[in-house]
Design a protein around this ligand. Sequence first.
Ligand code: C5P
Length: 314
Amino acid sequence: MSQPPRPAPGRSVTVRVPAKVNVQLSVGPRRPDGFHDLANVFLAVGIHDRVTATTAPDGQGPGISCSGPGSEHVPLDGRNLAVRAAELLAAHHGFVPDVHLHIDKDIPVAGGMAGGSADAAGALLACDTLWGTRTPRADLLELCARLGSDVPFSLVGGAALGEGRGERLTELPVGGTFHWVFAPADGGLGTPEVYRECDRLRGAAAVPEPAADPALLAALRAGDTAGLAAALANDLQPAALSLRPDLAATLAAGLAAGAPAGLVSGSGPTCAFLAPDAEAAAGIAATLVANGVSPRARATAGPVPGATTIESHA
Ligand code: C5P
């Protein structure tokens, strides 16, 4: 394999990538390939990881380091989705990925907020900029889909309906800002484990094909918090609660603190609460911290843009 038209050693590009919450996650029957067809309405929210790609000394394949809360649980080898993203992009262009990736985490690790997917999308964009490969958007999205079902959305951001296994995106119009509180939990939940538990709980029951809820799409379009609160739905929530019964108390605490609605974020264990405005969100987060329910609870808002280059010394 050849080398990319490589920038000098030490050159770097930093990309910031948002977390997501699923405002609707409808899970269809298990497919023969083990995945599930979804109607997955993603909203990108203002909690970000930063991925920095730096040209490594000659011939050294993708290196990886990680800092921030929970970084001790992030694999620092070929299992890391960001490493796989760099390898995939380099192979796509036919060269060796001589890059070092640093991930500065703020998205909860294994928290149901697409942190690993965000890092993969961030690494793709950072390497593409560092290497000057100018990969067309459609090709980047296809590489994202090969890395994981949620990775295309991390690149795109905003709000989108994900169909298929979640990777086939249709961007959605959003008519306002939604205020959220996220309550991370200790320990993570493995996504495959949660889907397995969902299948187990369903047993032989007939499962309808998933479809986006028109009332939820209308609430997003109108920027209507009360409408969105009424329509929030996550088919993985019973499975997450079955594996982590303690989350029921977190959900109850958020509602008791004044949130109009709450749900488990994706496969969990982070819990997400809608709030009427920024001030209310800050108050709910402060209550969850003060009463010890979630010491890392925080307020934020969405939608926000997807993966964005914030620094380039390439
Ligand atoms: O696509 P991704 O690698 O993120 O998926 C992780 C796991 O989540 C899959 O291996 C599968 O067990 C489960 N999954 C699923 N159906 C989907 C998406 C993910 O069953 N649509």
